[in-house]
Write a protein that binds this ligand. Structure first.
Ligand SMILES: Nc1ncnc2c1ncn2[C@@H]1O[C@H](COP(=O)(O)OP(=O)(O)OP(=O)(O)O)[C@@H](O)[C@H]1O
Length: 741
């Protein structure tokens, strides 16, 4: 088999869980078959990219590599990418302890994945001369003997001579492909059909909307802007729409009174940014130059001189706060695994019992929960206070006042262990030459606190700040917001749309959800008086879907979210016409469920836009494969959303299937939502915070639907979760027998 040449960007995209079959449908990956090698590129790659060679022939019994990167697990791919990044960073190459490296000249070997796991094999890699160094992964060996490098060196094969020509052709073809895919798909009639009907603004003008909005929305739009406003409402109650209308109104009013105004609309992700931009533009007022719409991270990139002038060569992996969190979480998990098997013993006896139990637990879910806590601690507490590892840093950290939303750390020893992890985390980032989104935001925060910004904000700051999906912002991100206003003499005027039930990332653990609550209090103290507006009519979905959502809502344990964050669901009504009862389809096996989903797509495709929302990320791989199988029939337009994929344009396609983890679908809506990948969530087997997270994702998935919901489960994965069983008993869902195979 020909060797493969690929890049860090391409490997990271694959590591989001994309199956190899999904590559042809991916808007970001490009495959090329040359004479001597195959090439896998990312849309952003250029000819100077650091190259990663993967040799796939097995010329000895010891060295084997799967035929395709898509056949490797996500953690193996992430490790390869991480290795390449470390190799290109300045200074000597350092690898985490847990990789158990051996070196010999330019050769290096390290564990491909977790030691003892199914991937407990070692890569044999070689750093080629050059900066950044290209890397050859010569294969994987099962052996754990340091001598393997010596043996390998004695019989080292050579790269096929024609690879350079193939690489150049691949880069050229990839650039052509990127250009082509930028062109509007004029031949795709589907886009033209009912184009505007499908958008959030239904093609209505601004004036038309003002007559259509509910009284609640109207009072928000008309409300005075002398104070900040919190707009609360459940999913689909028209928060985004009301924010957009109010932003337009304020601009038009300012124009009429002859005053200039600068309005900022801040989001958490690029997907929602695009949706808002499109809806503002579709309301017949043209492009309003006074309104800027950006994900918060983009604002940091635009105005933070630290970022703009950074010549260190460090790169920021993430595009928005959403993908930023994902990357950081993976890095912290790696640091944690390494730490627990190494230095942890020296701290273990001294920390408080509760924290000890969390470190000691080998359960992947507990590890994830701890990693999430650390993510907030590193970004919103330590990083936000500009504390970097070094002399005196730990004692500065120990003296920071603690707030209710932070990870409970009771003693100095508890803090010591957290700081040790922070230090390792920062070393890892340095070794990879990467910046995290939290670091960029922490730098922005320190810039916003300077005299320079105090002067500049009069021109560059904003009069009004609108924040959509406020519930998704971390304490650090919230702190940034109130410095973005123009007038230093009065409290910033911030208009926040909040749905406390949608907290896909925050709800990784209870403490994080708690953090969302109390940090919001801290945030609001810094912006003065806040008026509340409640939206109690949902416009997106039918009364039948609303009933199912209310049912899921009642399953949330009330412990984790404070009383003032509750939505009074009893008072919520749907303004939509009746629709079909949501269906629960139960198959005998995974294959059966796949077949049922494919059948549902066939049957419902003509009714409008369909989403397949995967509740638990751990099932994502399986459904991304299914998406590819459905796409290869050629009858359907299928888009797969993985974490880093840009989903521009998805908001406008009037037909088509979008497949993605539920959390990435926040802010989008579909005629039909197929929901799958729901674990059993049994009380005895699932920690409360994990249940909260999964129920929150289920809520998010269901609330994307306008007309129909179909939930799929199978016996291989334990059948229907109790919450769904009770939904059937209560008559808010109807059960259907799925495939028997
Ligand atoms: N007053 C209204 N009359 C009719 N339709 C409306 C009204 N308000 C909103 N809608 C429609 O309801 C749908 C949901 O609106 P929107 O996306 O603004 O809700 P949201 O509260 O931001 O939802 P989520 O938080 O779930 O993303 C959109 O299709 C929008 O056009």
């Amino acid at each position: 088999m020909k060797p493969l040449i690929t890049t860090v960007n391409a490997l990271k995209e694959m590591a989001t869980g994309l199956s190899r079959e999904a590559i042809p449908a991916s808007p970001l990956l490009f495959e090329y078959t040359g004479i001597d090698v195959e090439v896998l590129l990312h849309a952003e790659d250029t000819a100077d990219e650091q190259r990663i060679f993967v040799i796939r022939q097995s010329d000895t019994r010891e060295r084997t590599v799967p035929r395709h990167p898509g056949d490797l697990t996500s953690d193996v791919l992430s490790r390869v990418a991480s290795f390449a990044e470390r190799a290109r960073a300045n200074g000597s190459l350092t690898l985490p302890h847990g990789w158990h490296q051996f070196k010999r000249n330019n050769l290096i070997t390290f564990f491909a994945g977790q030691r003892g796991g199914p991937e407990g094999r070692r890569w044999i890699a070689e750093l080629l001369p050059g900066a950044p160094p290209d890397i050859v992964f010569w294969g994987m060996a099962r052996s754990d003997r340091p001598a393997i490098l010596e043996e390998f060196e004695a019989a080292k094969p050579i790269l096929p001579p024609g690879w350079q020509q193939d690489w150049r052709s691949a880069v050229e073809k990839c650039a052509e492909w990127v250009e082509l895919s930028k062109r509007p798909e004029t031949t795709d009639v589907e886009i033209e059909l009912g184009h505007l009907d499908q958008s959030t603004t239904k093609g209505w003008s601004y004036e038309q909307w003002l007559t259509e909005v509910t009284a609640d929305q109207h009072s928000f739009i008309e409300a005075t802007t002398t104070k900040s406003i919190r707009l609360r409402g459940p999913a689909g109650s028209g928060k985004t729409l009301a924010l957009s209308l109010k932003a337009i109104k304020e601009v038009l009013d300012a124009r009429e009174s002859g005053g200039g105004i600068r309005v900022l609309m801040v989001t958490h992700s690029w997907s929602l940014t695009t949706a808002i931009l499109e809806s503002v533009e579709s309301m017949g007022k043209g492009q309003l130059a006074e309104i800027d719409v950006f994900p918060l991270l983009e604002i940091a990139k635009l105005i933070s001189p630290h970022y703009a002038n950074d010549k260190s060569g460090y790169s920021l992996a993430a595009d928005d706060s959403f993908s930023g969190k994902q990357d950081q979480l993976n890095e912290i998990l790696e640091v944690l695994d390494d730490f627990v098997t190494g230095d942890w013993v020296t701290y273990r006896e001294r920390v408080t019992e509760d924290l000890r139990a969390r470190f000691d637990s080998g359960e992947p879910d507990d590890r994830k929960a701890l990693a999430w806590d650390l993510l907030l601690e590193f970004g919103s507490v330590i990083g936000a206070s500009a504390i970097f590892p070094g002399a005196g840093a730990e004692s500065r950290y120990a003296q920071l006042p603690r707030a209710g939303w932070m990870l409970p750390l009771q003693t100095r020893d508890d803090k010591r262990v957290v700081f040790a992890l922070y230090t390792k985390y920062m070393e890892n980032l340095d070794a990879r030459g990467t910046l995290t989104s939290d670091q960029v935001l922490a730098d922005l925060l320190s810039h916003l606190e300077t005299h320079a910004w105090n002067r500049a904000r009069k021109d560059e700051g904003y009069d009004l700040i609108f924040v959509d999906e406020f519930h998704l912002f971390s304490p650090l991100e919230r702190q940034v917001l109130h410095y973005l206003s123009r007038d230093v003499n009065s409290y910033p005027r911030v208009f926040m749309a909040v749905d406390p039930r949608q907290s896909p990332s925050e709800a990784f653990i209870g403490v994080a959800a708690d953090g969302t609550r109390s940090s919001s209090g801290a945030f609001e103290a810094s912006i003065g008086d806040v008026t509340n507006f409640e939206l109690t009519t949902v416009h997106r979905f039918t009364p039948q879907i609303l009933e199912l959502i209310k049912h899921v809502h009642h399953e949330f344990p009330t412990l984790d979210l404070g009383a003032d964050w509750q939505i009074d669901f009893a008072a919520v009504e749907s303004a939509q016409e009746s629709g079909p009862l949501p269906v629960l389809s139960k198959a005998a096996s995974r294959e059966g469920e796949d077949a049922d989903i494919a059948k549902a797509v066939h049957k419902l495709y003509s009714t409008g836009r369909i989403a397949l929302a995967v509740v638990d990320n751990r099932h994502w791989h399986r459904f991304s494969e299914l998406a590819t199988r459905i796409a290869t029939s050629g009858k359907f337009h299928v888009s797969t959303i993985s974490g880093r994929t840009d989903i521009d344009g998805i908001g406008y396609r009037s037909r088509g299937l979008v497949v993605g983890p539920a959390e990435y679908l926040a802010g989008l809506q579909f005629d039909v939502v197929l929901v799958a990948g729901i674990p059993d969530m049994d009380v005895t087997r699932t920690a409360t915070n994990e249940r909260t997270r999964l129920l929150s994702l289920l809520y998010l998935a269901l609330s994307r639907a306008q007309r129909q919901v179909r939930v799929f489960v199978n016996d291989d994965d334990g059948g229907a979760a109790e919450v769904l069983g009770r939904a059937v008993t209560n008559g808010v869902m109807k059960q259907e027998q799925g495939s028997f195979v």
